[in-house]
Design a protein around this ligand. Sequence first.
Ligand SMILES: NC(=O)c1ccc[n+]([C@@H]2O[C@H](COP(=O)([O-])OP(=O)(O)OC[C@H]3O[C@@H](n4cnc5c(N)ncnc54)[C@H](OP(=O)(O)O)[C@@H]3O)[C@@H](O)[C@H]2O)c1
Length: 244
Amino acid sequence: MQVFKDKTILVTGANRGIGKSLVSALLNHGATKIYATCRNLKSMPLLADDRIVPLQLDITDDEQIAQIANVALDTEILINNAGTLNPGNMLQGELLGMEHDLAVNYFGTIKMMRAFAPILVKNRPSTMINIVSITAYSPLPSIAGYAASKAALYSATLSVRIELAKDGVTVYAVNPGAIDTDMNKGSDWEMPDPDTTAVKILDYVSAGKLDIVPDDMGQGMYAAWREDPEKLSKMFSDLYYLEK
Ligand SMILES: NC(=O)c1ccc[n+]([C@@H]2O[C@H](COP(=O)([O-])OP(=O)(O)OC[C@H]3O[C@@H](n4cnc5c(N)ncnc54)[C@H](OP(=O)(O)O)[C@@H]3O)[C@@H](O)[C@H]2O)c1
């Protein structure tokens, strides 16, 4: 299925990491126009393609969201990619970091979904893709606040999937394992690069898979969770005590 060809697409957090790679992959899929949004336009990489429209957008900023929703009225596919990760466990981690992850990953994405739902309904058949995390299924305690924000986002995504099901908007959840981006700077894990990951995400969406785990590590974790949620919890417990 050619989901992305000849479409107008908005990507949040498009200046680096998975978001930047999604923009490149979308160009290769034949997108007509990509609203590549990020907090600071000076951090946007040089994008030598006139299908790209760079726009400033902090997804926690209500005014900016309203402005963008007034400009990007032709959006047919919304990719909620922007996210933050503040490490720390539940009992000792910085509360401010946890609040920030919730403000961006959960409430920021909810605000984007609310602002763009009417646009996507008007432009149906349309698509919403939320980049969540494998930690939505089970928390890794060294990033407990982040995991909680992603579990909340996954729940919100499943809710919106049902809320929009009869309005011609298909809602996808992408739950990657660890990907080699700034978010994992300093980690010595073997991780796939964001370019390969972005290509896989688009392939899974094109195949009509609603819940997507694009990488091998994530798929191993997802398989364990599907077999028995306690199995993934045990994997994360082992990782947590290994890291400590
Ligand atoms: N890397 C992984 O292992 C992994 C695994 C599972 C899920 N994910 C998810 O994948 C998504 C992309 O992450 P990444 O790995 O590409 O990380 P990244 O390289 O750290 O990129 C994060 C992106 O989010 C943007 N961002 C942060 N706060 C924002 C805000 N308030 N408004 C708008 N944009 C904001 C950043 O912009 P600035 O440059 O302005 O900070 C940046 O573009 C995130 O939702 C992340 O949780 C990543």
